[in-house]
Design a protein around this ligand. Structure first.
Ligand code: ADP
Ligand code: MG
Length: 386
């Protein structure tokens, strides 16, 4: 990737980039729809991400180039939202707007190229990866630095306020705090970040269905509203403030639908705790059971799964070598993650092929298969020469 982004930079602008940064994508390991309820979540930074190469310019021109776009895009000093093919520039421009609101200096003119080995829109958060790699590049260009919490905040702010996507803290938190062979634990209320070691020999597989429920935005807001109603009915500020005991005692007062949503979120937060216990005991089988239990709760209680995702989990959980499987991300389409054992070898390629074949024969469509390992969080690869 270092070569790829350097090549793209050279082809687009000539010369060597002064600065190179990278930030990883992420998977939601467990903790489904817990973030906006003030709960906890575990994620993993993955070994695919976005790489930014940049050099300062003497003038105030800003030139942008991505491998996913055709041409070089040029902007001036004003941070103006772009549309159409150049809309991707809103992510790094949003980062600059967020930096400004934190009192940081912006680089004037620069040349910027970004390359990626992370599929776009696969639920692996290429958006957080472009935000964090861009933020690190802009900080390098201006000889500034911020702590990780601020870096994460800047990324999220770019997406929430400038791009206009109301994402939670998981994406940027994991891209920022990721660590190889670890999971990132986030207490979303504060938010607070830490890492938990992942037992050796854990492998991730992603089966991306490329399906997306037509009403997905409406369904998200409906679930959000149901969770807020549950909190109000239980007399707490955020749903995560309610204990499971309180919920079990009071659930008959809630409407059946609201009670199901609340049960999912509160049991899921409890599962995150049990997952950490399983991680500390290096118990991969228990880990897998919690993952699959999370999916079943999505399927039956939160109702954010789909028949396609269910079929993948059904198939995966009958296979030798699979500890557990669940939908990863918001649901209503998207991808299933499986945690599997062993070294990556012939047997696992076959296993993945078998799942893909099962999916093809059932749905007449292709599932994209990705094999992922954990990786470190956002970092500067080439620092600005002083
Ligand atoms: P994801 O689940 O991958 O985060 P999003 O829809 O949140 O999906 O973000 C995808 C957007 O991030 C793309 O539409 C694009 O604007 C931006 N993006 C992702 N990868 C790249 C890239 N390699 N170059 C430029 N922009 C990118
Ligand atoms: Mg995203």
């Amino acid at each position: 990737m270092l070569e790829r982004v350097s090549d793209l930079f050279r082809q687009s602008f000539g010369g060597e980039p002064a600065v190179i940064t990278r930030a990883p994508g992420r998977i939601e390991f467990i903790g489904n729809h817990t973030d906006y309820n003030g709960g906890t979540v575990l994620g993993a930074a993955v070994d695919g991400g976005l790489w930014v190469a940049a050099s300062p310019r003497r003038d105030a021109r800003r030139r942008w180039r991505s491998a996913i776009g055709e041409a070089v895009v040029e902007t001036g000093e004003a941070l103006v939202k772009l549309e159409g093919e150049s809309a991707w520039v809103n992510y790094p421009q949003g980062v600059m707007a967020a930096m400004q609101s934190h009192g940081l200096t912006l680089p004037a003119g620069f040349d910027y190229a970004v390359a990626s080995d992370l599929p776009v829109g696969a639920g692996l958060s290429s958006s957080a990866a472009i935000e964090l790699s861009s933020a690190l590049a802009f900080l390098e260009l201006t000889n500034q630095s911020v702590d990780r919490e601020t870096l994460v905040k800047i990324g999220r702010q770019a997406e929430n306020d400038f791009v206009g996507v109301p994402c939670g803290i998981l994406d940027q938190g994991v891209s920022g705090f990721g660590r190889r062979d670890h999971l990132v634990f986030i207490d979303c209320r504060r938010p607070e970040f830490s890492t938990v070691p992942l037992p050796a020999g854990a492998h991730f597989w992603i089966f991306n269905t490329h399906t997306k429920h037509a009403l997905v935005d409406g369904l998200y807001s409906a679930r959000h509203a149901e969770c807020m109603a549950a909190a109000a009915d239980l007399g707490v500020e955020q749903l995560a403030d309610a204990s499971l005991e309180l919920f079990y005692r009071e659930q008959s007062r809630l409407s059946p639908t609201v009670a199901k949503r609340a049960r999912h979120v509160l049991e899921e937060i409890d599962r995150v705790g049990q997952t950490i216990a399983a991680l500390n005991a290096a118990d991969l089988s228990a880990l897998g059971r919690h993952l699959t239990a999370s999916h079943r709760s999505s399927q039956h209680a939160f109702e954010n799964s789909t028949p396609e995702l269910d079929s993948l989990v059904d198939q995966l959980t009958t296979m030798a070598g699979v500890y557990g499987a669940r939908l990863t991300g918001g649901g209503f389409g998207g991808a299933v993650m499986a945690l599997t054992d062993g070294s990556f070898g012939e047997a696992y390629v076959k296993l993945a092929d078998q799942v893909a074949e099962g999916y093809r024969s059932r749905w007449g469509a292709e599932a994209q298969v990705l094999h992922l390992l954990t990786d470190d969080g956002a970092e500067v690869i080439r620092a600005m020469p002083s």
